[in-house]
Ligand binder design. Structure first.
Ligand code: ZN
Ligand code: ZN
Length: 216
């Protein structure tokens, strides 16, 4: 059961077609797994561009950081939406992702980034970056903060940080206010789709040195 969903700002921007490609991909993938957000999206689609055109949106902004980021997202450019039903199935990758990977989970071109963690950077436009992350069961992602917006969608397994637990379909929306260290649960290796519009801020020296290599 999905317990962490998209917020109104993301659904509105997706509906208006103004998200950078990387965020667009995360939203489309969550919606493909989540009936609740698909229904909320339908209501935003019905309203059309009216809400997003309004100078003062009626939804409450979560924080200055998020609203600033969303303003940048609005300027990010149009992305075509593809709501067509999937033609093939994969146990891990929903349809919107398979087009980027060129197949199912077996087609992912993983690159090791240390500690058993692997990543595959997906080809998206320059406004934000998207990657698939493989975190071995029980392993941790380096402790880090965020200078922009980071969306993380769980595709397999689960991870937890000091705040909460996230399993398949759950989306974590992180901004400048969140400093966290996600740890994959024991049992099943964790595979996530992550998108960010700014480099992550790592606390330790080694992760900072590795940052250019990680391309995040
Ligand atoms: Zn949802
Ligand atoms: Zn993060």
């Amino acid at each position: 059961m999905i317990t962490h969903h998209l917020n109104d700002q993301l659904l509105m921007a997706y509906s208006a077609g103004t998200l950078p490609e990387a965020f667009n991909l995360v939203v489309a993938t969550h919606i493909s797994l989540c009936d609740e957000c698909r229904a909320r999206l339908a209501s935003f689609d019905a309203v059309g561009g009216a809400l997003i055109e309004d100078e003062r949106p009626t939804v409450e902004m979560g924080s200055d950081a998020l609203s600033t980021t969303m303003a940048r997202i609005k300027a990010g450019g149009m992305q075509a939406r593809d709501d067509r039903p999937p033609r093939t199935r994969d146990p891990v990758l929903p349809a919107p992702l398979r087009a980027y990977v060129g197949g199912g989970v077996d087609s992912i071109n993983w690159r090791p980034v240390g500690g058993g963690v692997k990543q595959a950077i997906l080809p998206t436009s320059e406004h934000a970056s998207a990657r698939l992350l493989f975190i071995p069961a029980g392993a941790a992602v380096p402790d880090h903060g965020h200078s922009g917006l980071e969306l993380t969608l769980v595709l397999q397994g689960a991870f937890a940080d000091s705040e909460d637990r996230f399993a398949r379909g759950d989306i974590e929306i992180a901004d400048e206010d969140l400093h966290h260290q996600p740890i994959a649960e024991p049992g099943l290796d964790c595979i996530c789709l992550a998108a960010t519009d700014a480099p992550l801020k790592f606390r330790g020296l080694l992760p900072r040195l590795a940052q250019p290599f990680l391309q995040i």
